[in-house]
Design a binder for this molecule. Structure first.
Ligand code: ARG
Length: 243
């Protein structure tokens, strides 16, 4: 809006943000992946999407969510199709992904974990010999299993966390290797437990294309910093992760 009188308002600059749909921030995610992204009462919510909604508001933009598969998002394919401005999907910043994507400043520290049925004999990744371990396709958990599970473990890749969880519930796999906060969600009904945690030192970032996104990346980082300064980041964090 010209009448805000502020040239520094990112959303008001002509063309600089190069948005898929002008006036709207189109956020792509792989939903559900609680507590980071899920639907509640017909609304997209979760730690990532609550942060992104506030970032969009701070940029004076509408907030739109597109539910896309995680693999296309992390590989950058989803951006090439011109469908996403920002990927907000609990995505770990990795050197490999930085070849094809630009990341915001980190917004969450994470680690990997092994989920097993309550009473299972599996107490460590070493025990997976001859067993089936479910992972999500294209994730850091899939990489971790590939690098650390015994050679005779069978690694079964699923397109989504929901399908992994359904499989372990049906006895299709013996364990799941996934980000700890998400696996913790799967322990809530008491049927599953966390056998082991892995300090992988992962940091999540919001992903953007590398082409023409200089102003978008700067604006997202600026809004993220403002949310930290105002205490709003901490409020949202506590609403999902407080003890
Ligand atoms: N943090 C892991 C990664 O970056 C898993 C993320 C999966 N996210 C999702 N919304 N399914 O590979």
């Amino acid at each position: 809006d010209a009448d805000t009188g502020s040239d520094a308002t990112p959303g008001s600059e002509a063309g600089g943000l190069n948005l898929v749909t002008p006036g709207s921030l189109t956020v792509c995610s792989d939903v559900p992946y609680p507590p980071f992204e899920f639907e509640e009462d017909g609304e997209y919510t979760g730690f990532d999407l609550d942060l992104m909604r506030e970032i969009a508001t701070g940029m004076e933009l509408e907030f739109t969510v597109q539910d896309v598969g995680f693999d296309g998002l992390q590989s950058g394919v989803a951006f090439g199709a011109g469908t996403c401005d920002v990927g907000a999907s609990a995505m770990t910043i990795t050197e490999e992904r930085q070849q094809s994507l630009t990341f915001s400043d980190p917004y969450y520290d994470s680690l990997q974990s092994l989920l097993v049925p309550e009473g299972s004999d599996i107490s460590s990744i070493e025990d997976l010999g001859g067993m089936r371990v479910g992972v999500q396709q294209g994730t850091t958990g899939e990489n971790y299993a590939g690098e650390n599970a015994p050679e005779d473990a069978e690694i079964v890749s699923f397109p989504s966390d929901g399908e992994m969880y359904a499989s372990i519930q049906a006895g299709g796999v013996d364990a799941l290797l996934q980000d700890l906060p998400v696996n913790i969600g799967h322990t809530e009904d008491g049927a599953f437990t966390i056998a082991e945690e892995y300090e992988t030192d992962e940091q999540y970032g919001f992903a953007m294309s590398q082409d023409g996104t200089e102003e978008l990346v700067a604006a997202v980082n600026e809004q993220l910093a403002a949310l930290r300064d105002s205490g709003r980041y901490q409020e949202i964090y506590d609403s999902y992760f407080a003890e």
